[in-house]
Design a protein around this ligand. Sequence first.
Ligand code: FEO
Length: 403
Amino acid sequence: MYNVKSITEDLYWVGANDRRISLFESVYPVPSGVSYNSYLLMDEKTVLLDTVDKSVCHQFIENVEHLLGDRTLDYMIINHMEPDHCAEIETIVRLYPEVKIVCNAKTQTMIKQFFNFEFSDGQYLLVKEGDTLNTGKHNLTFLFAPMVHWPEVMVTYDTVDKILFSADAFGTFGTVDGSIFADEVDFDHRYMDEARRYYTNIVGKYGMQVQALLKKASGVEISMICPLHGYVWRKDLGKFIDKYQKWSTYTPEINSVLVVYASVYGGTQNAAEIFAGKLAQNGVKDVKIYDVSVTHPSYIVADAFKYSHIVFASTTYNNGIFVNMENLLHDIVAHNLQNRKVGIIENGSWAPVSGKLMSELILKMKNTEIIGSPVSLKSAVNKDKHEELENFAKSIVATMKGE
Ligand code: FEO
C-alpha cells in the first residue's frame, strides 16, 4: 500500500525506509536503517526528483502511482546517479514512456553506463549550470555540485517555494520515522551523531567541494532542504548548515581528546585508560575511548572529525601497526581529515615500531601536529611509564589551553 508524506501543498515524499540493510555502500553499518528519499512535485507538470534504491522499489512505485493516478509523469530530474537513488530510472521510463529525463551531460553518460535499457536521445532534457525549468507555478533551477558526492551531482532549487533539493548533502543515516520533518523529531539526540557519521564517511573527503556548494546555497534564500536521505529541514536550518561548515572545513566541534587504542592482551588498553584518566584529572571533559578492534571505523572517523585532539595507542604487530589501527589511520587520511593535534602511544614487547609507523601516516594529514614524542611501552605500563603518561596528558592539556 502507498505511503506518501506531504511536504507542501503540491510536494510529496515518495521514498521509503530500509531497516534490513546491514551495510550501506557495503561498508557502513546502519543499525537504524536508512531512508531513500524521492520527491514528487504535482504542479501543472508533474516532476519526480530522483528515484530510490532497488531494495525499496515496490513501495516507491506504489507511492508514485498512487499520487499520479490518471496523470502522467512529465519530468524526472536526476540529481545524483549513485544507485541508491537512480536504481528505478528504468522502471519509471517503462511505466511513463513519455517522461523527460532532466539531467546534465555527465549524468547522461552514467545512465548509459548503468543501464542497458535503450533510452531515446529525445528522452533527455540536458541542463547546464543555472538553467531553469518551469513546471507551472514552480521554477526549478539547477546548480552543479560536483563531488558532493560524485562528479555528476547537481542540486535543484525551487525559486518559488525556496526549496533546495540537496542530493546527498544534509542527509543522515537512519530511517524517517513517522514525520518527514527534522523539527518533529529529537534530531540532536537521535540523529546528529548519525548525520555526522554519514557526512564524514560519505562526503568527508570533499570538504572543498562542499564549501563550494555552501557558498552557492548562501546566495539564495532557503526555506526548506530536501535531502536524499533522512529528514526534511524547514526550521533551524542554520544549526545544521553550521555543522556542515565545521565538517567541511575540518574544524573540530569540541576541544577534547579522542583516545583510540589497539590492544591484544590489555597492556595498551591499560595505558589508554590510565592516560584518559590523567586527562580527566587535568580538567579535560568529554574524553572518549574506542577499542579499534571493537568499534567499526566509521564511528571513529566521525568522532575524529568532532574532536580537536586524537591520541592513537597501538601495539606493534608483525613488525608493523596492529592491522585494525592501520586500517583506521588509512581511512582517516583518505577522508582528508586535517587541522588536528595528535598524540601517540606505542607498545611492543621486543621491538616497538608502531609509533614511528603511525607518525608517518598521521603526518599525511594537512595542518596536523604530533605532540611530543610517542610514549613507548614494553609490554605493559610500569611505574616510570605511569609518570610519563601523566606528563604526556599534561602536555596535551597545555596545547588545549593554547600553550
Ligand atoms: Fe546516497 Fe551518493 O548516494
